[in-house]
Structure formats: structure tokens, C-alpha cells
Design a protein around this ligand. Structure first.
Ligand SMILES: NC(=O)c1ccc[n+]([C@@H]2O[C@H](COP(=O)([O-])OP(=O)(O)OC[C@H]3O[C@@H](n4cnc5c(N)ncnc54)[C@H](OP(=O)(O)O)[C@@H]3O)[C@@H](O)[C@H]2O)c1
Length: 253
């Protein structure tokens, strides 16, 4: 294989699924996230665990990302997946800055810190994959910060895809619809009405959302991981600047 791929937010959810799929396909991985224990749990699930590294860092701090990559001489690619979700509301408790700092500025910094190492890699094409969201294509009441960050990532994808084409670095975004991950459990626990357990509410939520998806179900992490694996492979060398909806037909732009 052609060198390491960095995955940010690899300690859970979609990042963990992507790590499992890419390791299965023979890539060596550098797993980023704040919680080392979670990164180690992901690493232990991977094929050939000793081939992969865990590097804890907070992507809101460019120095920490730089330090995490200090011993790496070149990279084949990056999956910029780390992000936070949830609502925000103007006022004292506004989460606007936290969401923008993580999802947008954090992704920007992760890419900028990886870029010099990606440029050094001798592979004919190198890969940057950004995890945006269906919320990057359609606004949603009460999710202004999240939607703004994810829309912005699509603009960013298109800009750097043009900038980096001369270096033969493909840059594409994936826009998942609802994915059934640990985060869904968390949302269900927060939204469950009185008299309904978090698990009961999760099942209802997933059933309701599945009915709105033309292909009849919400995504699993693996659906996103297989798209990421395609975009990381030589099969996608002629694709750049795209934002691909992986949403069972819920989003067709
Ligand atoms: N689940 C969905 O339905 C869905 C749909 C569309 C898009 N997405 C996007 O997919 C990505 C992954 O989401 P997920 O559902 O897998 O959620 P998740 O399980 O909460 O994963 C997010 C990961 O990002 C890491 N992270 C958060 N803040 C960070 C920071 N400041 N520095 C470094 N790492 C950080 C977290 O690890 P630590 O807390 O240990 O740092 C966590 O492992 C996100 O960008 C999300 O917006 C998710």
C-alpha cells in the first residue's frame, strides 16, 4: 500500500467504521481523536492492529495536530471525519462557536497540517475525503451552526479540490443522511418522552426516519465506510470536488 491514511474522529461511530473497512482493505491508519481509550478500542478491532497508530489530539488546536503527526514522513490520504452535532440557539448558552470551531476550523486545520505530508507521498494520486452531511445541503430549524459548518465544508471541498488538482490530490466530500451510530443512542436518550425508554425511542426514531428514505432504511456506518473506501482507492482517481450524498435516495443533488 501507498502509506498512511489519517482518520480524525476514529474513536467511535462513522470514523470507527471507516477505520475497520480501510484496515480490512490493507491500508495503514493513524487514528486521531481526543479520547485515547476510544482510539485504542478502535485499533483493537482492526485487522493487523500493530500496523496502525493512535494519536490523541484536539483538532481545534493546530499545534496538537502537528504534534500528533510529528513522526510521520508522508501520508497517502486523510479522512476528515471528526465533528460534533446538535442544536444551537443565540444567547448565553450558544454552541455556535464550539460547533464552528470543531466542524469547520478543526477540519480546515487538520487538512492544512496533513497537506505537506500528503504532497510528499509518491503515489500518483492522493486522497482527501471530508465528512460533511445531508445538513450541508439542506438547512434545518434550530441547527444553524451545524448546517452552516457542513455547508461550508462543501464550499471548502470545491475550493481545495481546484487548488490541489495540480498535485494530483483528489478532494471529495461525503454527505451522509441519518446514520445509526452511538450518536443516535445519545439523541434518542435526550429526546425520549416520559414513559418511553431511550432504546424504545431509538427504535421508533429509526423506524420513522426509515419510512422517509426511498431505499427503506437509514444508513449504517458501513454504508459510509464503503463510499470512503471507494474514494480512497484508485477507482476514483478522476473524481474531485464532489459532495456525494449517501442517504438511500433522500437527497439526490
Ligand atoms: N451520525 C449521523 O447521523 C451523521 C450524519 C451526517 C454526518 N455525520 C458526521 O459524521 C461525522 C462522524 O459522526 P458520528 O455520527 O460518527 O459521531 P461520533 O460518534 O460522535 O464521532 C465523532 C468523533 O469526532 C471526535 N471529535 C469530536 N470533537 C473532536 C475534536 N475537537 N478533536 C478531535 N476529535 C473530535 C470524537 O472523539 P473524541 O470525543 O474522543 O474527540 C468522535 O470520535 C461527524 O462529522 C458528523 O457531523 C454524522
Amino acid at each position: 500500500m501507498t502509506g498512511y491514511i489519517v482518520i480524525s474522529g476514529a474513536g467511535s461511530g462513522i470514523g470507527r467504521s471507516i477505520a475497520q473497512t480501510l484496515a480490512e482493505r490493507g491500508y495503514s491508519l493513524i487514528l486521531l481523536g481526543r479520547n485515547l481509550e476510544n482510539l485504542e478500542s478502535t485499533k483493537n478491532l482492526l485487522k493487523n492492529p500493530s500496523q496502525h497508530q493512535c494519536q490523541p489530539c484536539d483538532i481545534r488546536n493546530s499545534g496538537e495536530i502537528h504534534q500528533a503527526l510529528a513522526n510521520v514522513s508522508s501520508l497517502y490520504g486523510l479522512i476528515a471525519n471528526a465533528g460534533i452535532g446538535g442544536e444551537n440557539q443565540y444567547g448565553d448558552q450558544d454552541r455556535w462557536q464550539e460547533i464552528i470551531d470543531t466542524n469547520l476550523t478543526g477540519t480546515y486545520q487538520t487538512i492544512q497540517e496533513c497537506l505537506p505530508l500528503i504532497k510528499k507521498n509518491p503515489a500518483p494520486f492522493k486522497k482527501i475525503i471530508i465528512i460533511s452531511s445531508g445538513a450541508g445541503k439542506r438547512g434545518r430549524a434550530r441547527f444553524a451552526a451545524y448546517c452552516s459548518s457542513k455547508f461550508a465544508l462543501i464550499g471548502f471541498t470545491q475550493s481545495i479540490a481546484q487548488e490541489l488538482a495540480e498535485h494530483r490530490i483528489n478532494v471529495n466530500a461525503i454527505c451522509p443522511g441519518l446514520v445509526d451510530t452511538e450518536r443516535t443512542d445519545f439523541i434518542a436518550a435526550a429526546l425520549a418522552p416520559e414513559g418511553q425508554s431511550a432504546e424504545e425511542h431509538r427504535v421508533l426514531m429509526i423506524r420513522e426516519r426509515s419510512q422517509t428514505v426511498p431505499l427503506g432504511r437509514v444508513a449504517q456506518g458501513d454504508d459510509i465506510a464503503r463510499t470512503a473506501a471507494f474514494l480512497a482507492s484508485g477507482e476514483s482517481d478522476y473524481l474531485t470536488g464532489l459532495s456525494i450524498s449517501v442517504a438511500g435516495g433522500s437527497e439526490m443533488n
